[in-house]
Design a binder for this molecule. Structure first.
Ligand code: ABN
Length: 172
């Protein structure tokens, strides 16, 4: 143990002899600058590039990233025995709904979508999806997706949600 102590003592003394207070301060400054510049170093952006290139999910009606689902909140009917725009057998579409505007990456146009809840069966539970592009507070109910739109149906049980194109959004 003593030899270890001695080793540390001699190396510390040697370092102290070789190093002035000013150079220690300089070293400290360099370390600080290095730490500050660390976030500027190039990072692996491969995953982000992968996501940008693979817009496959924007094409998949069973994926929450499907382009028509930009303002949906609920279970995707396409994962519940229906499709992106039709209710599964045994469930009835709500006659009232909320609307959103989604960008279609395929033709570069913006579409107005009606999000109707499908009602009359218990909650589907598959592919829950909550996206809120341009969603408005609940006091603007037609632009809000946090409501059970089966409220006007004879059977108010919520099953899943569809998205139906109702028009093309005009650019001003
Ligand atoms: N519009 C979908 C939904 C249904 C029930 C409760 C909240 C949201």
């Amino acid at each position: 143990m003593k030899s270890l102590d001695r080793l540390f003592e001699t190396s510390s003394r040697a370092l102290a002899r070789r190093t002035s207070r000013r150079s220690l301060l300089a070293l400290f400054g360099q370390a600080l600058t290095g730490a500050a510049l660390l976030p500027l170093l190039p990072v692996d952006r491969a995953s982000r590039a992968w996501a940008a290139e693979n817009k496959a999910d924007a094409n998949d009606p069973q994926s929450c990233d499907y382009w028509k689902y930009c303002a949906i909140d609920g279970f995707l009917c396409s994962c519940c025995g229906g499709s992106s725009s039709s209710c599964p057998p045994g469930a009835a579409p709500s006659p009232i709904s909320w609307v959103g505007t989604c960008h279609n990456p395929h033709d570069g146009r913006d579409y107005i979508l009606s999000y109707n809840d499908c009602c009359g069966k218990t909650s589907c539970g598959n592919c829950g999806c909550n996206r809120n592009e341009r969603e408005r507070p609940v006091y603007r109910p037609s632009r809000n997706n946090d409501l059970n739109w089966c409220m006007a149906n004879a059977d108010v049980n919520y099953h899943c949600t569809v998205s139906v194109i109702v028009g093309v959004a005009e650019k001003k």
